[in-house]
Design a protein around this ligand. Structure first.
Ligand code: NAP
Length: 248
């Protein structure tokens, strides 16, 4: 069953990893997809072709989610190209891990800008469109690290916890217009972001997860399908853990 037939979706940071997985699964559910990338133009154009070949409308945009003006321009372009925006998925994110003792001011600021300010930029940019439509679903990619904290990731944890507070506040502000806003807190999802870790560390992570495996981009994408579709019409302001039971 196609759960997102004809819905127009923006996904930030879909040139690889979780964002790419969301784009692929959403296309299978009939969604039209506008997606962004920061610098991976080749992979982004390949994905645009793959999605178009799958029979949906798709377009890649180079846009820095941390930049307020670029986010506004992106949404203007998507509105022109796609006519409406039903779903926004704020997925773009980076890590710059270090112990507090060693972390630089620049690495703290960068992570907050790309991970958290981007969510403000994009949500503010789509707000007018969704208010006019009197409907919309916004899904923000937090992390179990934002819920629980993690040594060596003060910047990342602060950005991801900030996303949860921001999302709950948007849910309260926009609920009366049928605009929903939820967060997803993925656990250990095996992508390039986690590829930087050595195999022993990865195996330790897997062993500690109740479902005994790392997650896949598709695992996260399927949760996004639920929150984007009308199946979740009465759900807003929530954080959905997609973590194999890690935080249980
Ligand atoms: P990834 O493989 O590193 O991919 C990151 C994506 O974000 C890429 O498409 C990248 O584009 C894009 N991006 C980076 N900076 C950007 C910017 N300033 N503006 C626009 N796009 C930008 O990461 P991932 O593992 O798929 O993670 C996706 C999201 O899930 C992130 O928010 C991450 O924090 C969150 N998450 C991941 C895990 C995990 O275990 N992997 C767990 C919890 C939460 P380019 O290719 O052009 O650089």
């Amino acid at each position: 069953m196609k759960l997102l037939e004809g819905k127009n979706v923006i996904i930030t940071g879909a040139s690889r990893g979780i964002g790419k997985g969301i784009a692929q699964v959403f296309a299978q559910h009939g969604a039209n997809i506008a997606f962004t990338y920061a610098s991976s133009e080749g992979p982004a154009l390949e994905l645009e072709k793959e999605l178009t070949d799958a029979g949906v409308k798709a377009k890649a945009y180079k846009s820095n989610a941390a930049d307020f003006k670029q986010s506004q321009e992106l949404v203007d372009a998507v509105n022109k190209d796609f006519d409406s925006i039903d779903v926004l998925i704020n997925n773009a994110g980076i890590t710059k891990d270090n112990l507090l003792m060693r972390i630089s001011e620049d690495d703290f600021d960068k992570v907050i800008e790309v991970n958290l300010k981007s969510v403000f930029n994009m949500t503010k940019a789509v707000q007018r469109t969704m208010l006019k439509q009197r409907k919309g679903s916004i899904i923000n990619m937090s992390s179990v690290v934002g819920v629980k904290g993690n040594a060596g990731q003060t910047n990342y944890a602060a950005s991801k916890a900030g996303i949860i507070g921001f999302s709950k506040s948007v849910a309260l502000e926009l609920g009366s217009r049928s605009i929903r806003c939820n967060s997803i807190a993925p656990g250990f999802i095996e992508t390039e972001m986690t590829g930087a870790l050595n195999e022993e560390t990865v195996q330790n992570w897997r062993d500690g997860i109740p479902l005994k495996r790392g997650g896949t981009p598709e695992d996260v994408a399927n949760a996004c399908v639920f929150l984007a579709s009308d199946l979740s019409a009465y759900i807003t302001g929530q954080t959905l853990n997609v973590d194999g039971g890690m935080l249980t």
